[in-house]
Design a protein around this ligand. Sequence first.
Ligand code: PLP
Length: 451
Amino acid sequence: MQKQRSTRELRELDAAHHLHPFTDTTSLNQQGARVITKGEGIYLWDSEGNKIIDGMAGLWCVNIGYGRKDLSEVAKRQMDDLAYYNTFFKTTHPAVVELSHLLAEVAPAGFSHVFYTNSGSESVDTMIRMVRRYWEVKGQKQKKTLIGRWNGYHGSTIGGASLGGMAYMHQDGGDLPIPGIEHVQQPWWYGLGGDMTPEEFGLAAAKWLEDKILEIGPDKVAAFVGEPIQGAGGVIIPPSTYWPEVERICHKYDVLLVADEVICGFGRTGEWFGHQCFGFHPDIFTTAKGLSSGYLPIGAVFVGDKVAAMLAEGGDFNHGFTYSGHPVAAAVACANVRALRDEGIIERVKHETGPYMQQRWREVFSRFEHVGDVRGVGLIQAFTLVKNKATRELFPNTGEIGLICRDIFFRHDLIMRACGDHMVSAPPLVISKQEIDDMLALAAQCMEEFE
Ligand code: PLP
């Protein structure tokens, strides 16, 4: 039996042996990491007994909320029956069959197939190879280039980090992007729209894609990839004109359209998938996070019938992971997706808690002097810290002020995230109206302190 360690001991051991992702180790070790020990609904507890509101659902993933015993029981049963087998070489197992059937039911028409991964990054890397394979089998091998967007986030693997548009990720350990990846500017009206209306700007931003396709040559462009709402980039919600125009352009130049639904998927926007919220029709979409609500690592690439048929025509697709369709992760994902559907959780986000959050979010934050562009859809929302609200002037040294604000929230036991100077939130989808009120009351108190 493992002995119970004190918080101090845990912090010291953590500092001695654990390299954290996306973390400045020196500054972390000066402070010591906060030790999280328990979760229930939208709440976390740390090792010192503090109750924390998790306004980020972990890393935008715990859609169903913490502490669901039914999911842990499913995991145990599946572990007892079959803890592992793979889905390579003409084998399968009941858990992955059930999950695939269920996902085909909740997916929009035309998506009868999924390919399993263990994370969002692996879903993105899988998609990159799949897109290129599609054009190879079709006899258009030269169509290889994928176009992503600046400030987009598609993961930390070499492929995902390349396709993403985070310049600091291209630099760190880098020489990224890899060949065959290009970027266009993000559809961020507040920061880039100038005098244009949002609708005019949406069309102008889509035109950047058309210009890029023409610059590369349509016969060389394989796909355009974007998050329906840019998540880690700061919850950038494109104007309503953007996605339909992007879809038109992709059709015009015979370019595959890919939605990265790793954050938006499984109910975040109030629809099952974010592209349904914006009314466009991708050929492929990538998922992870909300698929299992983070209870176990699993991702899935939803493959449109046109692409699936072409892959089948090509014979072997030499790609996959030891844990693709892992039985325990698949069983848990299946129970999670059923609960999201059968308990009406996504419906509630669409009709009740989502609209309530958006109304209250605007009421609470719009009044602050340094808050601009208060925005959100479903249960994903943000505001931008600005130097001058009237002129939309941003603070210099992007990110500095955001971190100060985030730390105030954290000290008051409310987790929100600073993406640059955008303060973002994406709580578990099970949050109640009362919990929204509690969260926003605490957030308002933090903002008073900040200003
Ligand atoms: N794609 C998007 C849109 C994401 O937001 C993320 C992670 O936040 C990823 C891909 C990468 O997912 P993971 O961290 O599971 O590899």
